[in-house]
Write a protein that binds this ligand. Structure first.
Ligand code: UDP
Length: 234
């Protein structure tokens, strides 16, 4: 039996790129989709917020106006959403992509009540274009959508790391992994797992979060069953 009824899964853009770090690797997306199918088959209502860092990160473009650059980043998330949709539908998982920036020919606009209805009917809803505004992140979009759809959990799936550490485990070999933390501790210690806006939104709305690695098998599945593999944040 799953421990959670409804979750928001946040997939970073990096996770979609596999080893290429840029663009999309469909083999990797298929692997992610297979994991999503497993939690969907458990009966967990699943909303997915996709990142876009594999295409564009607004703040990294030094010569482009920040807001314009952020809109470019948001468009990247839509490409990821469509790729993930394609992969999931090939596995017979019914999905809907919703976008926070209207583009009716491509996907549904984000409508909260409609998203909830899709979830109730067992469809996976993929939320793209972040919150639809520049100067925000897709982590903040995950926190916002989770609060809006009344999700029991945010699963933050990361590539290259399997939880929250006191320093970067890819640089510091003696970095210590936390089993559980509070949002306040994340803010106080300045841990760079999510930006402060997303962290505060989760904290203010009491949304539990589990940070898991995407590289190992079945981390999403185990997390949904209540087995701790990564770091739990409350
Ligand atoms: N972005 C934005 N508003 C949002 C979400 C995203 O402006 O609500 C832009 C921002 O430029 C960001 C880019 O889209 O750098 C990609 O999103 P993000 O960096 O959150 O993706 P991830 O790091 O998860 O791949």
């Amino acid at each position: 039996m799953p421990k959670y009824k409804r979750i928001v899964l946040k997939l970073s853009g990096e996770a979609m790129a596999g080893d290429k770090s840029q663009g999309i690797d469909m083999k990797v997306i298929d692997k992610i989709a297979a994991q999503v199918k497993k939690i969907h088959d458990l009966g967990v209502e699943t909303g997915i917020v996709v990142g876009g860092g594999n295409f564009w990160r607004g703040r990294d473009a030094k010569t482009i106006d920040r807001a314009t650059s952020d809109y470019m980043g948001m468009l990247g998330t839509v490409m990821n959403a469509l790729a993930l949709q394609d992969s999931l539908e090939k596995m017979d998982v019914v999905t809907r992509v919703q976008t926070a920036i209207e583009m009716k020919e491509v996907a549904e606009p984000y409508i909260r009540r409609r998203a909830i209805r899709h979830l109730e009917k067992g469809r996976v809803v993929i939320f793209s274009a972040g919150v639809g505004n520049p100067f925000f992140s897709t982590d903040t979009a995950a926190a916002l959508r989770a609060a809006e759809i009344d999700a029991d959990l945010i699963l933050l799936a990361k590539k290259g790391v399997d939880g929250i550490y006191d320093s970067d485990p890819n640089i510091n070999k003696s970095a210590k992994k936390y089993e559980s933390l509070s949002y306040q501790e994340i803010l106080n210690k300045g841990l760079k797992i999510m930006d402060a806006t997303a962290t505060s939104l989760c904290m203010d709305n009491n949304i539990p979060l589990i940070v898991i690695g995407i590289d190992e098998e079945d981390t999403m599945y185990k997390a949904c069953l209540g087995e701790v593999t990564g770091t739990v944040v409350k």
